[in-house]
Write a protein that binds this ligand. Structure first.
Ligand code: MGD
Ligand code: MGD
Ligand code: SF4
Ligand code: MO
Length: 902
């Protein structure tokens, strides 16, 4: 039976609507929902591949698992056993050591209902504020700055502003890759009106920057100096709005005094850019009819992230670029429900519905609504993410319950995080997939239902709440996150009810997401985010709605602060005067490079979902260290050379990719690869946990490092056709033994690349076993111990379907081409191992796929460009860029480069 279910994409904060087509209880295809206001039918390359990632249950968490003794493996158990174990251990730790001895680490990818229950469980039932979220790594500087400047959290802007803006300033945002569907809207607006100006502030020349009218490639971490310098110029040139400043703001005089020293010349020098460019940016911004800034992790993930946000908001307030169509500071949220998490107060420093933990009256309000004594809510702020894991490591927190996030990969300073998870007395991991870096530490693994299998609501970047609907049943025994939390809460209610500490406990009588939403709604009434007028029925009937949406209103509010009244007590916005401070991790002769990190177009975070799709590997199939060609040449490094990247905290090995997009002295590593796909936890082995003093957000965008060539002459390339996910699971445990190893999936192929100084003991035997390449009639071996060569290849019906080349990998590309081609093998089988083979098989190694939807590669595009094709010519002749459009910025860059060249 075929059904179509309306839901949302589970990736970024754009919050696109999707239509999921399922056949006989399995997800068959996904397309954009033409009626959803965020995307009007469009999806990006990741959204387009959603069905591909839901194809198989290999690697899914299908049953609860429990470790009865430390050091022993976990075994499968029934739900009641797992739930009792969690409730029992949490209760006994709370009884023995107090409520702050336990902690919850949750995620902006949970649904609002999930979030609500976990927050109530921690704060209302256990009585600890130790519940923090991966949003701490993501949005907390933006939240803090909105509250400091406007008195309340939440972007004042909406997506329609994308079409009204005359100047668009991207600050630390690579929206072309991270918010692609919004980027499509901006591209269309600019194509319709080329006088719209784009300014991009990013140390790298990203696909977003390549389309800008002005790219300010600042030195990482110098944004405050830039914004202060721009403000200095605006004040000097009389481009500020005195009347607005006088009537609607506080603190301008102090700010004016503070930016006096930031002359454009001094600021430009600090940022490493031309003074004229800074002035140009200030004028395009200040003199614009409508200036919109879109900002993301380049501002937030900094030890001065709040200051970076405030310095940008200052520009908007001083020039009245706010509260009108096309203008305002628009913080793009990263995760699909980072906003929902903020609404329910699911962080260590806030309470439900934008209330503050430190405010006694607000605590009392929440307690009353939850039907508990006011004292039951703790006034002690909980520990933010990095501190929470430090406390686990120090033993002051004994137990942690991790939900829908993978801290062993995504928190800074992986070695410390691993130590924290090892030292913790009790670790609960609630996950949808079993192979993430955090799962091995779980004493209890709770299998979670995931995208396509659960119902509730999410809020996107423009404060718009959408319904999420389950299209299929969850596999195995997996359950929705809210259900798991409710089950444990009900058990804890009974246990803790008997203790004098909690005279009355809040109720968890939820049997579906809807009553949870209804309770959440009641807590928002009368608040800035009032959604008293919303219900599941209304959202289902009338589609997604923006908040605020109080009872009785006909629609939500698209823009906030349109009357110049802000959410502070006196209605005035606040200027703050941030001083420029360099990043925390000092660059010096030992650590001369600034390493930054971020996203790739087709991968999502730790790849537990996107890493299941061969299609999403095609744009970037291997991790890399991006480095300016001059920096590489000075160190004698060539493309693909393996290097050690060393920081004050740790190291990792990666291949070098020389790129003109980098500033000299700055390096970039994609954040995605981790121990599921490579030999280390990835970039966070070296990243810096130093955090912003206001928002506690760590400086994930900057670490001082050095780069050293590393001699790893023993190389392996292996390829195997089969169930790629099962093969990946089999090979994953081997990766850590090599100094460098990385996996990629390509259709039904698994590709393994590894390197070390010499073969790790028994490694090859284990690899042969994992890949099913044990000796038999169809598997040919070749060994030359003297020369360190060990090779195997396997045929099936005379078609080569896998090989391992160790010691000498020169034929790897040719053999891989033969595996891909699936053509009958000609000539002797032993010839497969002969160096003479190189070049004999016609097809070249598979190249990078630029267009993921139409599978169009770089070579084909280059050939068309050589014939003079334009972007539209490429679209017409090759079909690339005609489906989701995610590759269009890259096509445009390739065209420009070709025109320059010829
Ligand atoms: N494809 C894809 N899209 C995603 C995600 C994903 O995993 N994959 N994740 C989602 C999430 S959770 C988030 S938070 C967003 C993140 O979205 P973005 O923040 O747009 O993405 P990043 O690549 O992390 O970082 C953006 C840029 O900041 C730049 N940068 C580094 N240091 C500085 C600095 O000091 N100043 C300035 N001005 N810029 C700097 C980097 O060079 C990088 O290009 O993406 C969301 N969308
Ligand atoms: N160096 C560096 N580090 C970074 C960043 C960076 O730019 N640079 N970015 C930071 C940012 S902005 C973010 S947002 C974080 C993201 O970091 P993480 O939160 O670790 O990212 P994910 O890999 O998306 O983790 C989500 C996990 O939830 C699981 N999951 C999926 N669906 C469900 C479900 O329905 N229920 C449950 N219980 N589990 C589910 C997935 O399998 C996955 O393992 O990384 C941060 N870390
Ligand atoms: S832009 Fe792409 S990743 Fe983001 S919600 Fe839309 S389809 Fe999903
Ligand atoms: Mo994020």
């Amino acid at each position: 039976m075929k059904t179509v279910t309306r839901s949302t994409c589970c990736y970024c904060g754009v919050g696109c609507g999707v239509l999921i087509e399922s056949v006989d209880g399995r997800i068959a295809s996904v397309r954009g929902d033409p009626d959803h206001p965020a995307n009007r039918g469009q999806l990006c390359s990741k959204g387009m591949a959603l069905a591909d990632t839901a194809r198989s249950t290999t690697g899914r968490a299908l049953a609860p698992e429990l470790r009865r003794q430390r050091g022993e493996p976990r075994t499968e158990v029934e739900w009641p056993v797992a739930l009792d174990a969690v409730a029992e251990r949490f209760a006994s730790i709370v009884e023995q050591h107090g409520p702050d001895a336990v902690a919850f680490y949750v995620s902006g990818q949970m649904l609002t209902e999930d979030y609500y229950v976990f927050n109530k469980l921690a704060k209302g039932l256990i009585g600890t504020n130790n519940i923090d979220s991966n949003s701490r790594l993501c949005m907390s500087s933006a939240v803090t700055a909105y509250k400091m400047a406007f008195g309340a959290d939440g972007p004042p802007t909406c997506y329609d502003d994308l079409e009204h803006a005359r100047t668009v300033l991207f600050a630390g945002s690579n929206a072309a890759w991270a918010h692609p569907v919004l980027f499509r809207r901006l591209e269309a607006a600019k194509a319709a009106d080329p006088s719209i100006r784009w300014i991009v502030i990013d140390p790298r020349r990203t696909d977003t920057a390549a389309m800008a009218d002005l790219h300010l490639a600042i030195e990482p971490g110098t944004d405050v100096a830039l914004f202060n310098g721009m403000l200095h110029h605006l004040i000097w040139e009389g481009l500020v709005d005195r009347a607005f400043i006088d009537q609607h703001t506080e603190g301008f005089q102090a700010l004016k005094a503070a930016v006096r020293t930031f002359t454009p010349a001094i600021a430009a020098e600090l940022c490493g850019i031309a003074e004229a460019d800074l002035i140009q940016a200030a004028e395009w911004f200040g003199a614009s009819d409508a200036a919109l800034s879109l900002y993301c992790m380049g501002l937030n993930q900094s030890s001065h992230g709040t200051d970076k946000n405030l310095a940008l908001i200052n520009l908007h307030l001083a020039t009245r670029q706010i509260g009108k169509p096309g203008a305002g500071p628009f913080s793009l949220t990263g995760q699909p429900n980072a906003m929902g998490g903020r609404e329910v107060g699911g962080m260590a420093t806030m309470l439900a519905a934008h209330r503050d933990i430190g405010n006694a009256a607000e605590r009392e309000e929440v307690a009353r609504l939850w039907g508990i004594e006011a004292e039951a809510l703790s006034a002690r702020p909980g520990l933010p993410a990095v501190d929470m894991f430090d406390a686990l490591r120090a033993g002051t927190i004994k137990a942690v319950w991790i939900v829908c996030t993978n801290p062993a990969h995504s928190l800074p300073d992986s070695a410390c995080v691993r130590e924290a998870l090892e030292k913790a007395e009790f670790v609960v991991v609630q996950e949808a997939f079993t192979q993430t870096d955090t799962v091995p530490y779980a004493d209890v693994l709770l299998p979670a239902a995931s995208w396509g299998e659960k119902s509730g609501t999410v809020t996107n970047s423009e404060r718009r709440i959408s319904r999420v609907h389950a299209a299929v049943d969850a596999p195995g025994a997996a359950k929705p996150d809210w259900w798991i939390a409710v089950q444990v809460a009900q058990r804890l209610e009974q246990r803790l009810d008997h203790t004098p500490r909690a005279p009355r406990t809040p109720r968890f009588a939820f049997d579906a997401p809807e009553p949870i939403f209804d309770e959440h709604r009641r807590l928002t009434e009368g608040r800035d985010l009032d959604i008293g007028g919303l219900s599941y029925a209304l959202l289902d009937a009338r589609g997604p709605q923006q908040w605020p949406f109080p009872a009785g209103s006909a629609h939500g509010q698209a823009r906030r602060y349109t009357d110049g009244r802000f959410a502070t007590e006196d209605g005035r916005a606040r200027f703050h005067a941030p001083d420029y401070q360099p990043p925390a991790d000092a660059v010096n002769a030992r650590f001369p490079f600034r390493l930054t990190s971020g996203r790739l177009r087709d991968q999502w975070h730790g790849m537990s979902r996107t890493g299941r799709s061969g299609r999403l590997f095609a744009h970037a199939s291997e991790p890399s260290l991006d480095m300016h060609p001059g920096d590489a040449a000075r160190r004698g490094l060539r493309e693909g050379d393996l290097v050690r990247i060393v920081s004050r905290r740790g190291e990792l090995v990666l291949p070098v990719h020389a790129s003109e997009d980098m500033r000299s002295g700055t390096l970039f590593v994609p954040m995605h690869w981790n121990a599921q796909f490579m030999s280390s936890s990835g970039i966070n082995e070296v990243s810096d946990p130093a955090a912003d003093p206001h928002s506690s957000q760590p400086e994930l965008k900057h670490a001082a490092v050095r780069v050293e060539a590393v001699a790893l002459p023993w190389r392996v390339v292996a390829v195997r056709r089969g169930d790629a996910l099962a093969l990946q699971a089999a090979v994953q445990p081997l990766l850590g033994a090599c100094r460098y190893a990385a996996l990629a999936i390509e259709d039904d192929l698994l590709i393994v690349r590894a390197a070390d100084a010499a073969a790790p003991a028994h490694w090859l035997e284990r690899l042969y076993a994992a890949l099913g390449l044990l000796p038999d009639d169809d598997t040919l071996e070749f060994r030359d111990t003297r020369r360190g060569l060990d090779k195997r290849a396997r045929w099936r019906d005379n078609v080569i379907e896998g090989f391992v080349l160790a010691g000498d990998t020169t034929q790897a590309d040719t053999l891989l081409a033969a595996v891909r081609a699936r053509e009958p093998w000609r000539g002797s089988r032993l010839g497969a191992f002969s160096a003479h083979l190189a070049g004999k098989i016609a097809s070249a190694p598979r190249e990078r796929i630029v267009c993921s939807c139409m599978q169009v590669g770089a070579t084909q595009i280059q050939a068309a460009l050589a014939r003079g094709a334009s972007v539209s010519g490429l679209q017409a002749s090759l079909g690339c860029g005609t489906v989701c459009g995610s590759c269009v910025p890259e096509l445009r860059r390739m065209c420009e480069a070709a025109n320059i060249a010829g």
